[in-house]
Design a binder for this molecule. Sequence first.
Ligand SMILES: NC(=O)CC[C@H](N)C(=O)O
Length: 523
Amino acid sequence: MPSTFCCRGEGTYPGVLGCFEHDSSGRLSPDLLLQVLREAGILPDDPRIAETIANLDHTGSAQLPAQPLLLTVEEFSAVTQLNRGLIERAARGELAVPDFPALVDDLQRIHQEVRADRRGAVAAYIPQLARVDADQFAISVCTVDGQRFSIGDAGVNFCLQSVSKTVSYCLTLEEHGPDTVHRHVGREPSGQGFNELTFNKAGLPHNPMINAGAIMSCALIRRGLDAADRFDYVAETWKRLAGGRSVGFNNSVYLSERNTADRNFALGYSMRERGAFPPGTDLLTTLEFYFQCCSIEVDAQQLAVAAASLANAGVCPLTEDPVFSARTVRHCLSLMSSCGMYDFSGEFAFTIGLPAKSGVSGALMLVVPQLMGIAIWSPRLDAQGNSVRGIEVCRRLVDCYNIHTYDLLTGPGPGTGKRDPRLKRQQSAIEGIVGLCFAASQGDLNEIRRLAACNVPLGATDYDGRTALHLAAAEGHRETVEFLLSVGVDPKPVDRWGGTPQDDANRAGHRHLARLLAEAARL
Ligand SMILES: NC(=O)CC[C@H](N)C(=O)O
């Protein structure tokens, strides 16, 4: 047993390295590093760990292919050095949602439950949209620290449709500022359907989150550029918000929509008649630009990252690219809160209490400011044009987490039955030790690793002198016992009744563990 490596503070591996098992020569397994990161929601394609992944590939290909890759402490440090900050925070459970596996469990359960809901119908007024497989269903989440998880059809592309209105509005604000923009579009909910032929008292669209208002946004974005460059500018912005992966364009939806767009033409002509557009606006170009923005395609994973960029005040969590200013995002989220779900916006604000935007493709983008973005895609819509399953997922999330804006008044806890996803699992040293003993009794090795990364001493005792090793031995958790021995905890601690882990293993009939412990004690 490598006695030089221990996690009791005085060893060679304090802190984050303490959560990685090592063999008898003290070498560390990088597979475990990837597993720890994945548990925390940091995926291998995350640009913030690109150097580490590239170093591992390089190191791995230099070794014999059949051998499991093991690194010395020095190699391990060199490989991870450039990404050390994120890796340490992930291993210690210090990212935005510290208990990410609990969120993953909830999302899996919610996806499973909501999948059975087949209410609603796909949008039929745009023929190409009517042809999608109605049963597809994806949920994707990205936190402001870039922790990601997706389930279902999260790699299938869909059109943004009205979800595009959010970014179009942000672009007008960045370019002209709110005073100029709101000379052309209001900021009150309309209380009407998304394509209703109605304007406010000043003859302007009610807000930028319905068709008339989004057509106005398109009239305001980069007026000096030609059509191709204007479209590229919007598509490039979506790409930056979504973490740098290119977005698509669905030409058949675009053509299909353009051919069936009498209502949007009617809105455009009405606004022109009222003098709502800035002088010199070409209506046909503007409408085509609007249809093109609606036909931009993303998958749920990209939409979740874009939503997380909004939750993160305009900075993409994966690339740290400052796409929008915090002021712009603040304005956009305000209008998403009051107008983002068409004539369901008031009900949504009451029950869900978060900024969101839906589209007739069945997309729904939900923003939990300073915490996470969530994308839900399921094409069947309700009477208002919102995704039925999308709304159901939001309901269930708000049922189990205190994320409704005004949940801060009632708080989490037994009174509300809600949990706070922002809370760390353990906070004080004593809680850490209690948590460690509990995790050992459950054989929860991931939790033990996380606690090790938080400098919880793995050989610590509770008030009865019981250690993690006693508990793991008594419950027969072989992997946990092996891990604890491998990181150098005392193999023969004595509790207040004079008992050792070996005694516990014997008493419970775990012979193999008793032998293992006896051997470790002899070394
Ligand atoms: N609600 C929507 O998603 C509407 C967008 C659609 N392109 C339209 O203009 O009708």
